[in-house]
Design a protein around this ligand. Structure first.
Ligand code: NAD
Length: 289
């Protein structure tokens, strides 16, 4: 059976390292790193993510300058808040928690963040930098996947990597990162016929779809490295709610070489990379390197 990739342990290790790095840097700088998470409305899932991000900031001594706006906030008010944070020297990272309420334009909001404070890596400038292989801030979940592979000594070089899902948040940036790491990359999506035929050739299979247990054992090459990005809330036959990934964990772990669980795989890495991006931006902005 597969080696379980322990995202929680890797995340804790990286956070510990970040904390000592920040403690050393704060001696030289006059302030701690700062992160501002902007949330609009009261989507309970978003609220839980934001709380988790702010709690994690505390763990590595990053100051939180988050703001929570009521649902009826206008686009102008949101843009104004972003503009103020762009100018605020204490703030190294700004992120807009998605999804926004329907009347707001998320793309316009993201495009308004200064690219060098865009710790979610979603600004077109940072996506362009990733595309061109230039240094920049890269999106947290994809970078978290790459960090997991690295921590388990998995080198994508020469491997066949298949990504299922082509979102701008996850699938596309992961494809570019694996390509930059010399994997041979295939992308599959909702319009790909015979998904199993495509996924079965993968040495590294990354799944970011949002369909509970879409990937079953017969779709996986024996020994493959399976990275499950999906987070789905499902209700079991007893009426109990639980989280599951896009991979049928119980069957796939019998054929895979490595597998990430849900929860406890990719999830803890996303927030860790957010902290890492904030520290990276802090170092760069204060010229501390
Ligand atoms: P999305 O809805 O934007 O994109 C889903 C992608 O899956 C699309 O490109 C679509 O073409 C593809 N797809 C849909 N149905 C398919 C099918 N039957 N077969 C093959 N491909 C199919 O979603 P997203 O933002 O990329 O998120 C994907 C999943 O990852 C969600 O479950 C989300 O909750 C999760 N997620 C997890 C983290 C984390 O920190 N672990 C971060 C972001 C997203």
């Amino acid at each position: 059976t597969a080696v379980i990739i322990d995202g929680k342990a890797v995340a804790e290790k990286i956070q510990g390292h970040l904390r000592s790095q920040v403690e050393a840097l704060v001696q030289k700088a006059s302030r701690p790193p700062g992160l501002a998470v902007l949330m609009v409305g009261d989507n309970p899932a978003s609220a839980a993510y934001v709380r988790n991000k702010e709690r994690s900031c505390g763990k590595v001594a990053i100051a939180s300058y988050g703001r929570h706006f009521p649902t009826e906030t206008t686009q102008e008010e949101l843009m104004q808040a972003i503009a103020e944070l762009n100018e605020d020297d204490r703030v190294d990272g700004i992120l807009v928690q998605l999804p926004l309420p329907k009347h707001l334009d998320a793309v316009a909001a993201i495009n308004h963040i200064h690219p060098d404070k865009d710790v979610d890596g979603l600004h077109p400038v940072n996506l362009g930098r990733l595309m061109r292989g230039e240094p920049g801030l890269c999106s947290c979940t994809p970078a978290g996947v790459m960090a997991l592979l690295k921590n388990y000594g998995i080198d994508p070089k020469g491997k066949q990597a298949t990504i299922v899902g082509r979102s701008i948040l996850v699938g596309k940036p992961i494809a570019l990162m694996l390509l930059a790491a010399d994997a041979t990359v295939t992308m599959a999506h909702s319009r790909s016929p015979d998904l199993g035929a495509i996924t079965r050739s993968a040495d590294i299979l990354v799944v970011a779809v949002g369909r509970p247990e879409l990937i079953t054992a017969e779709m996986v090459k024996p020994g493959a490295i399976v990275i499950d990005v999906g987070i789905n809330r499902v209700t079991d036959y007893e009426g109990k709610s639980r989280l599951t990934g896009d991979v049928n964990y119980d069957s796939v772990k019998e054929v895979a070489g490595f597998i990430t669980p849900v929860p406890g795989g990719v999830g803890p890495m996303t927030v860790t990379l957010l902290l890492q991006n904030t520290v990276k931006s802090y170092i760069r902005r204060l010229g501390l390197d």
